[in-house]
Write a protein that binds this ligand. Structure first.
Ligand code: F0G
Length: 359
């Protein structure tokens, strides 16, 4: 049987790849678009979830990384570098090692989720913890790539955006048009930019009939695009988007303008509540940063900004297993401890609240 071949093969006609491009792929893309009945019932919209946690390293970064690493190898690079809140480093490490080149990754010390740290190390990256935040890491990575023989694979590299735009192609293919609204988490705003580009190309080719309104969300303690100014010390439980100075700031503003879009800020407790709703009611487990798409939809629907019957797509960017600690806390922040029982059927039945009798 034929399997999905990764975004560079599947969309070769839509990307700058040629016979000379060595395609470095782990089979990324082709992720499910899942109809979420529970979210549709809560909002009155038709809500679909683009589950990017299903990519090879568990986040959407793989779509951009297959392109960026393939083009880097085509250009003769022997090493790539990135700054990261975790997912980019996991992805860069996997694709670089698959290509037989080195990845150096700079992460903010003590500020990235354990699963992501483990991935970068497992994939043999040169991992450096910087005593600063993500924005400091990106400054260093940019300067290193300008002055040393290392190829930058952050989303300031246009190859990343190109690869990531393929997610919009997949959405249009499944829905047979673009949705009315697209909700997405925003950190550097690379992915917000990428979806806008993908949808714009679909419209220009006559494959879709509209541009979705692009609704991007930042954590309230880390919302420079909402505030309109750089945040010096960004804070949020959504460590993936703890970014105070988005690299794609100007592109993001242009994308919002072009799509009649919106940037909103969401408090951490609402992010975690949305994460719980998605996992407990829909069956999709995502990391906190990804849940902000859900929180944003609930907030905008509550504000009357999502007309009943609208088609809505939420991108959920990263898998819940990368940062599982939040799922083990209740809404008050207390630890959730599963009940312990002796080896005894009637004890288990009693804990489960089962009365004797056949099913
Ligand atoms: N969601 C997740 C899970 C992410 O890891 C990121 C970014 C975003 C959303 C935001 O995407 O930056 O394109 O607006 N993570 C980067 C990283 C910064 O280093 O992994 P963006």
């Amino acid at each position: 049987a034929k399997q999905w071949r990764g975004v560079l093969h599947e969309y070769a006609d839509r990307l700058d790849v040629s016979d000379k491009t060595p395609i470095i792929s782990l089979g990324e893309g082709g992720t499910p678009l899942i109809y979420a009945a529970a979210l549709s019932a809560r909002t009155g919209a038709k809500v679909w979830v683009k589950y990017e946690g299903m990519n090879p390293t568990g986040s959407f970064k793989d779509r951009g990384m297959t392109m960026a690493v393939s083009k880097a190898v085509e250009a003769g690079a022997k090493a790539v570098i990135c700054a990261s809140t975790g997912n980019t480093s996991a992805s860069a490490a996997a694709y670089a090692t698959h290509a037989g080149i080195t990845a150096a990754v700079l992460v903010p010390e003590g500020k990235i989720a354990m699963g992501k740290l483990a991935q970068a190390i497992a994939h043999n990256a040169q991992l450096i913890q910087v005593q600063g935040n993500f924005d400091d890491c990106l400054d260093i990575a940019r300067e290193l790539s300008a002055n040393y023989p290392v190829h930058l694979v952050n989303s300031v590299n246009n190859d990343r955006i190109e690869g990531q735009k393929t997610a919009a192609f997949e959405v249009v293919e499944v829905l047979e048009d673009a949705p009315d609204f697209h909700f997405i988490p925003v950190g550097n705003a690379g992915n917000y930019t990428a979806y806008t580009r993908g949808y714009t190309e679909e419209l220009e080719r006559g494959i879709s009939t509209r541009l979705p309104r692009m609704f991007g969300f930042q954590a309230a303690g880390s919302a420079p695009l909402v505030n309109g100014s750089v945040v010096k010390n960004p804070e949020t439980v959504a460590s993936a988007i703890r970014i105070g100075n988005p690299a794609s700031w100007d592109l993001a503003l242009a994308a919002r303008e072009a799509t009649d879009g919106y940037f909103g800020a969401i408090e951490d407790d609402m992010i975690l509540a949305a994460q719980r709703i998605l996992s407990a009611e829909v069956g999709i487990f995502v990391e906190p940063a990804s849940a902000i798409s859900v929180a944003g939809l609930l907030e905008r629907a509550e504000a009357g900004q999502v007309p009943a019957g609208s088609t809505v797509v939420l991108t959920v960017t990263g898998h819940g297993l990368k940062d599982p600690q939040w799922a083990l806390k209740n809404a008050d922040g207390g630890e959730i401890a599963p009940t312990i029982v002796p080896v005894d059927v009637s004890e288990v039945a009693s804990v489960l609240g089962l009365a004797k009798g056949s099913a």
